[in-house]
Design a protein around this ligand. Sequence first.
Ligand SMILES: C[S@@+](CC[C@H](N)C(=O)[O-])C[C@H]1O[C@@H](n2cnc3c(N)ncnc32)[C@H](O)[C@@H]1O
Length: 273
Amino acid sequence: MNYRHSFHAGNFADIVKHALVLWLLEQRQAAGPVTVLDTHAGGGLYDLAGDAVRSREAEAGIERLMASENRPPLIEALAAAVNETNPDGGGRFYPGSPLLVVRRLRRGDRYVGFELHPPVLALLGEVLEPFAGAEARGGDGYDQVTVEAAANPGSFVLIDPPFEQPDDYHRAADTASAIVRADPTATVAVWTPMKDMETFDGFLRRLEQGGAGRALVAEARLRPLTNPMKMNGCALVVLNPPAGAEAAASEVCGWVTDRLGEAGARAEVWTTD
Ligand SMILES: C[S@@+](CC[C@H](N)C(=O)[O-])C[C@H]1O[C@@H](n2cnc3c(N)ncnc32)[C@H](O)[C@@H]1O
């Protein structure tokens, strides 16, 4: 295991993903009780005084967000969640997708987070322990989520792999399309890095070939995609996006690229046919 999310927690990509996850969850809850399935849950809570200091990614991301003024509503909602994570003030702790979601569970809602690596699973278990309706499950999230989604119609699924395995793009696309083929009422959000256009286009083509149907593509490009060795941006691809998703994604990706981007940064929000 090489990937450790603690190096990346609170970076620009977490901001895009987490601000939109909070919004998507709210939309889904407005339609009734929901089951949230998080295929790659991670540890749930990050201490930014640890690995993140060395990477400086949180410094360029959530720390700038927390220091900024006139934040639009969906960015403000994430700032509020960070404040909730630091009741004594400051911004040392950053919530991962599990904690962001479980704090908002209502009666009848459920959360299942899958985590492959036992030490990370143990951390996740501790974070989820106080929350009714929340469960940490070990093992491969791709393998388990399709069955779980089929058993919980209308679920909201987050697929957020580390992309350290060569087949992560294929498995993420195939899992997402299998879920919506089996349950056209499920909403599936897949996070991907953006390094070069060829890889990203290949991922979108694979979704289409898998019968994923219409997808909202929310891209935040921090710089032009000229160096394929770097994470130049990220995208959240949402299958069965709820009404208003395009405006929500424009708000989030626009803020991130305007405030955190370099020269040539831009947000692209569009819908596949
Ligand atoms: C990007 S992090 C998840 C971050 C989390 N979703 C969040 O937003 O806070 C990816 C996590 O997936 C775990 N992982 C890697 N391969 C996995 C697999 N096949 N199934 C489940 N978890 C996996 C890694 O150990 C890591 O903790």
